[in-house]
Design a protein around this ligand. Structure first.
Ligand code: NDP
Length: 338
């Protein structure tokens, strides 16, 4: 019998999640049936979308139920098998959530070749966030040579890939991040053409100087005050892939100040903007193969660089997750579980 240490959703958070919203507990797992394997979690991905799953509000995916394991993608090792296709020691991507072990049907696994890249990279640049950047930017943003692409949360797995792919397509990449250390990394580590600190009191002026020719693609990751400033610089026919609005995820009320929607809709009209939201799964059937091939090559040849923020120990997941929603992570946040 295998016992799994799990982090379950104990209560629906109001605002920022607190410790009492989570419950750490141990559960005996059922014996694997024909076609199932027992997995040991090596790495757990922590992602902003998990905040939405903690809430009951209507969304594109069902919420985590109270008393259920928090959802999440993992890189795991097969430790027992009743599958013809998976042997003990195989490394797989699975969706087993915040727990140390799981019993899973073979249909829900994707094998990983450990020789291709460090295992945790399959949760970041080579996984869902990298794919989100690739598909959202190329399908909706469609950057052209010489155009200006702006993205915030730019040192994170989505934003850093957006900026670097934009440059590979010949565009000028401008990144927005929180704090001097992240801003420095944008130009020095990730090769952005310019970088701006949204926490600086001179953010508005710094942004204006960083986009002298206006903005052709704004890859929307954050919303809030950052988006208010960025959208003032949009060019005619600019494209806005709306990927995430992390500034709102812990919000309990509408933002203070004047209603900015009329001014924004005025720009949508007069600048003939394309504003298109997306959930990355929409593009899996059309873009997953190209992504695996192209991104694999870019990462192998260091044309795309990535940074990870690895937290040790499943018990530290709630605190790390809180930090993700406030910008304490620096790079793709993963928990090393085993
Ligand atoms: P990151 O690792 O970039 O982490 C989130 C970052 O957001 C923080 O590090 C912080 O960076 C920034 N941030 C947090 N709060 C604010 C704020 N109030 N204003 C501005 N920036 C803020 O996350 P990911 O790369 O995984 O995700 C980026 C976005 O993409 C998220 O909004 C996420 O929900 C979305 N997403 C959407 C998908 C889809 O299918 N549509 C799929 C995957 C992700 P800093 O310190 O630099 O400000």
């Amino acid at each position: 019998m295998v016992t799994s240490t799990q982090i379950q959703l104990a209560r629906r958070p109001v605002g920022e999640p607190v410790d009492d919203d989570f419950l750490i507990t141990s559960v005996d797992l059922p014996e694997p049936q024909e076609g199932q394997v027992v997995l040991r979690t090596l790495y757990l991905s922590l992602d902003p979308y998990m905040r939405g799953r903690m809430s009951e509000a209507k969304s594109y995916a069902a919420p985590v139920g109270l008393g259920e394991v928090m959802v999440g993608e993992t890189v795991s090792e097969v430790v027992a098998t009743r599958s013809e296709h998976y042997a003990v020691g195989d490394i797989v991507r699975a969706y087993t959530g915040w727990q140390t072990h799981a019993v899973v049907d073979q249909r829900h696994l994707r094998r990983i070749d450990p020789a291709v890249a460090p295992l945790s990279a399959h949760l970041g640049v080579l996984g869902m966030p990298g794919f989100t950047a690739y598909a959202g930017l190329l399908e909706i943003g469609r950057p052209k040579e010489g155009e200006t692409v702006v993205v915030a949360a730019a040192t994170g797995p989505v934003g850093s890939a957006v900026g670097q792919i934009a440059r590979l397509k010949g565009a000028r990449a401008v990144g927005i991040a929180g704090g001097p250390e992240k801003v420095r990394a944008l130009t020095e580590e990730f090769g952005f053409d310019a970088a701006v600190d949204h926490r600086s009191p001179t953010f508005a002026e710094d942004l204006a100087s960083a986009v002298p020719d206006g903005i052709d693609v704004y890859f929307e990751n954050v919303g809030g005050p950052v988006a208010d400033q960025v959208t003032r610089h949009l060019n005619t026919y600019a494209r806005l892939p709306v990927c995430g609005l992390i500034a709102n995820y812990n919000a309990t009320s509408a933002p203070e100040g004047p209603d900015r929607l009329p001014a924004f809709m005025g720009r949508v009209l007069t600048l003939s903007l394309t504003v298109r939201g997306f959930i990355q799964t929409e593009f899996v059937p059309t873009h997953a193969e190209d992504f695996a091939r192209e991104m694999g090559e870019w990462v192998l040849h260091e044309k795309i660089r990535y940074r990870e923020d690895v937290v040790s120990g499943l018990e530290n997941a709630p605190e790390a997750f809180r930090g993700l929603l406030k910008g304490r992570n620096f790079g793709k946040l993963v928990v090393q579980v085993a």
